[in-house]
Design a protein around this ligand. Structure first.
Ligand code: NAG
Length: 208
């Protein structure tokens, strides 16, 4: 008599425990600083935990000759709430992922193909850079400015992992010159002359 009741209550405990095993993103709702609200567990399928978007090369026909394809919580609902994510880096010959930061997470990069010169700058303006070859991995501490340059003679491919489901991406050159901040303020804050600021705004799509 006691045993069936025990098993029944155990089953209830187990099934309610599974609800907090994951919080698959309900991307129909707005993202928040702590991620997306959870999709009801009854609607979750294995496909929420699988993402195929990193399987093909990004389009590198752009000003940086490189493409960053994210698998963050907005693209990959299953990693919502888990504090991890990934991205794919395709860098054509001569291409660069310009100086940028991910405010929300540290990054680890693995080179799959080609040669990448990668580095970061510390808060103390210490410089850490190295030429990476196939199989090499490098870490970029959270929030620090860093870059990746294709320094080889063929296309480079790398994958990166982040310690955040939504690490964010802010590219320094775009932040400075692809916006509508008046040129005189950009000049004042960068110590660059008017002609250089206007030229960079022109190239990168800024105004004013
Ligand atoms: C890549 O992007 C360029 C520029 O936006 C575009 O002209 C081209 O059609 C794209 N190529 C592919 C394969 O989507």
């Amino acid at each position: 008599m006691m045993i069936p009741i025990f098993i029944f209550s155990l089953l209830i405990t187990l099934s309610s425990a599974s609800v907090s095993d994951f919080c698959v993103a309900d991307t129909n709702q707005a993202d928040t600083p702590s991620g997306y609200p959870c999709k009801p567990a009854s609607k979750v399928t294995v496909n929420d935990f699988v993402y195929s978007g990193l399987g093909k090369a990004g389009n590198t026909s752009n000003i940086i000759n490189a493409a960053v394809t994210p698998a963050f919580d907005a693209q990959f609902p299953g990693l919502n709430g888990l504090g991890i994510s990934m991205a794919r880096l395709d860098i054509a010959t001569g291409g660069v992922v310009p100086m940028h930061t991910h405010p929300g997470g540290s990054e680890v990069l693995i080179v799959i193909q080609g040669t990448i010169c990668a580095g970061f700058i510390s808060s103390a303006n210490g410089v850490y850079f190295k030429t990476l070859n196939k199989g090499d991995i490098m870490v970029f501490p959270q929030g620090l400015l860093h870059f990746q340059i294709n320094s080889g003679k063929s296309t480079a491919l790398a994958f990166v992992g982040f310690s955040s489901q939504s690490p964010g991406l802010q590219i320094l050159d775009f932040a400075l010159f692809a916006n509508s901040l008046p040129s005189e303020l950009v000049e004042k804050t960068t110590f660059l002359d008017d002609a250089t600021v206007k030229k960079l705004k022109g190239v990168l799509g800024g105004t004013n």
